[in-house]
Design a protein around this ligand. Structure first.
Ligand code: GAP
Length: 458
């Protein structure tokens, strides 16, 4: 069997994701809804397995990290304190011909010019003015641009605004970690944790992203898996380096190919960060941010103390020292992990001349279906009954699917595209000797296994 040197393209990934029920464009029957996507039946399983792997690695494998599930809506002052109302924006410019809006830093990046994240609106405008005559609109190809304007990414809501005045505007959260900071004191007061300790959370976040491209890499409604580790200021650097190492290793342990991962250091830091490194994955469109590991200093707890009037400093019970904890943050998007896992697993193989199969070689713990059970023929009730028995026996232990549709060859191909590691066929020999055929996804080898041994074998 020859492994083809085909590069994974986004077209192939998007098409497979739709065809096999991993990801659907949202509201498709209404023409779609930009940068919003739905997980289909296999996608929702893969997403759940990714969430569980992260939760296991961050919460259950550490005795000093606890979980939280804070609300999506928070007090409007949270976003003032966090700096999002003032500083959470991207520079935007409009094509004068077709009115398509694009992110100015991305447009500049396309021609090799790096924009500084800290630039003011007039600074980025000056840089854009210098180069915009060379930049083509990604939609119509023209090179006529409006001025660059900062566009705030927070998504507004009218929650509780019954008079329609728009005062005390509420927002859908732009990042999940703010819910952790505002519960820092609650967690300290209600559990046995002591600094250094962490709080982990998985949940939805919302951003008015300007550019709606690159499939689920940049969504307007997405999910974050964030952990905030609270430390003494003198230990921030040590813990920062420790977490950097742990998080990189996490992806290797998850089964991602090491050659598709690398570090990227942010030279220009956002307002809250003292250090920021990204773990990048080699997506079909290049190495891009998968996870951010940030040293956020005492910025967040200091700001929330100031704005809420509640002192969030910590008194060490052993030394009696009072200090404002620093925060080491690890922050990854569920959707970006999903896309990385999908791209990493995507393989095309020539199995005989002119016959190619597509197979998703998911790590076993992430595969949406771990074992598929087939009766050889669906019109033989004795085979179907036996196959149901095997299916019911395995179901409490593994994620199983029963499939009796089409010929067995077609069922193998379908399960390959879903990424199912093992397929079991119940045939006429099974009725004689209680053995089944087990076919391995990656090698495609088949062997006979006694039903009594199946659970251990798998
Ligand atoms: N709390 C820090 C924070 O939110 P960020 O770099 O803005 O930092 C963290 O986001 C992670 O969230 C990113 O590394 C990425 O995986 C994910 N993410 C951010 N924006 C996203 C979007 N529009 N769509 C999908 N994932 C996104």
């Amino acid at each position: 069997m020859e492994q083809q040197n085909t590069s994974v393209t986004m077209e192939k990934i998007v098409s497979l994701a739709k065809r096999r029920g991993f990801v659907f464009p949202s509201s498709e029957i209404y023409g779609g809804f930009a940068a919003v996507y739905d997980f289909g039946p296999y996608g929702v399983e893969l997403a759940k397995n990714i969430r569980e792997a992260w939760w296991q690695a961050m919460v259950h494998d550490h005795d000093n990290i606890v979980g939280l599930d804070s609300a999506i809506f928070m007090h409007p002052r949270v976003w003032e304190a966090s700096g999002h109302i003032g500083g959470f924006s991207d520079p935007l410019a409009e094509c004068k011909k077709c009115q398509t809006r694009s992110r100015v830093d991305h447009l500049l990046e396309e021609i090799g010019v790096q924009a500084d994240e800290k630039m003011t609106e007039s600074e980025i405008n000056a840089l854009f003015d210098e180069h915009k005559s060379k930049i083509a609109c990604p939609k119509c190809g023209q090179k006529e641009w409006s001025e660059a304007k900062n566009f705030n990414l927070l998504v507004e809501s009218n929650l509780g605004d019954f008079t329609g005045t728009g005062e005390n505007k509420t927002y859908l959260r732009g990042e999940t970690c703010q819910g952790i900071y505002i519960n820092f004191k609650n967690v300290l007061d209600s559990t046995r944790v002591k600094v250094p300790f962490g709080i982990a959370q998985i949940g939805k976040a919302f951003r008015n992203e300007i550019t709606a491209r690159q499939f689920i890499f940049r969504k307007r409604e997405f999910e974050q898996m964030e952990m905030q580790f609270f430390v003494h200021p003198s230990e921030a650097e040590r813990f920062y380096n420790e977490w950097k190492e742990k998080r990189f290793q996490y992806y290797i342990d998850l089964g991602i190919k090491p050659e598709n991962l690398k570090w990227h250091e942010h030279e220009n830091l956002v307002f809250y960060a003292k250090a920021a490194w990204d773990i990048e994955y080699r997506y079909p469109f290049g190495f891009k941010e998968l996870e951010g590991v940030h040293n956020r200093s005492d910025y967040d707890l200091t700001q929330h103390s100031k704005f809420s009037g509640t002192d969030l400093s910590y008194r060490d019970p052993m030394t009696n020292e009072k200090f404002m904890p620093w925060i080491v943050e690890t922050s990854v998007g569920l959707d970006r992990t999903f896309l990385a896992v999908l791209c990493d697993a995507y393989t095309e193989e020539e199995i005989s001349e002119g016959d190619t199969r597509v197979v998703l070689k998911f790590p076993k713990k992430l595969a949406p279906v771990q074992v598929a059970v087939f009766p050889l023929m669906k019109n033989k009730p004795e085979l179907v009954t036996k196959a149901r028995e095997v299916f019911d026996m395995l179901r409490p232990h593994l994620r199983c699917e029963f499939d009796d549709n089409g010929n067995v060859g077609k069922r193998y191909r379908r399960q390959d595209e879903i990424g199912t590691p093992a397929c079991i066929t119940i045939d006429f020999d099974t009725l004689e000797n209680d053995t089944v055929t087990v076919r391995d996804r990656d090698s495609m080898e088949q062997c006979r296994v006694a039903i009594a041994e199946l659970k251990n074998y798998l």
